[in-house]
Design a protein around this ligand. Sequence first.
Ligand code: SAH
Length: 259
Amino acid sequence: MSLPRFFLEDQVLAQETEPVFPLRLAPDDVKHARALRLAPGEHIAVVDAAQDYFECRVEGFSDGQLAVAIARHEGAPKRRARITILQGLAKGEKMDAVIRQGTELGVFEFVPLACERSVVQLDGKRAAKKTERWRAVAKSAAMQSGQPRIPQVQKPQTVQEACAHLADATAVLIFWEEAPASAKLAAALSDAISAAGTAPEEAHVIVAIGPEGGLAEEEVRALSASNARSHLVSLGDSILRTETAGVVAPALVMHELER
Ligand code: SAH
């Protein structure tokens, strides 16, 4: 059983001078720690604000905070390819599902894409509120699934805005329901990785997924032009729902990269 994991936003454990010290957890995390009924002597995993990894021993609660001692300083986790999902904005709980499950898989970053055929369009205020919610979803999924870091969730962007940041990526994979069946993921990924001259574990792969209504042709064109190593990819004859494709595509990319 893996240890319960906590992320610190503004505390660097290397700077702590006392053997027992309080963890400065976010209020929700204190609640979570209480709900786990952590008892003195139990161990937890802690990732601090400097992305440093520790195993800590619980000493108790003091002044409403969890007091711990460092049991072990752990080495950095093994390097892994970074996957950024450009996820076409979808209705209701679908974005939550993509972010939760993508985080469980180990996705590096999510960029909600305001697409031409997105049913939902978010104005500034609603976009900010949603982003805050998605970040909370990512954090709790990262804690629950023992991720080495919390993935970033960007504010919703237009395809054009997102494209401006893609030139340096190892690969841009455009999952398009209208791509020919011959547009295979394995070939696209290995072409891009050899063209970039990158080791698979150093790769940064962009996975673009359309909203419920799919990607418009001009969006596909813009994504294709955003990077010299962009490829159309087909997932076969079945048309997957956006929230299915948003999870299946990164899982397949990870599987290919780790092969
Ligand atoms: N345009 C479609 C549905 C889009 S599916 C329609 O309304 O009939 C939503 C997104 O999931 C697509 O834009 C694409 O990014 C991805 N997707 C679903 N099935 C796919 C497939 N067979 N191949 C590649 N991408 C797919």
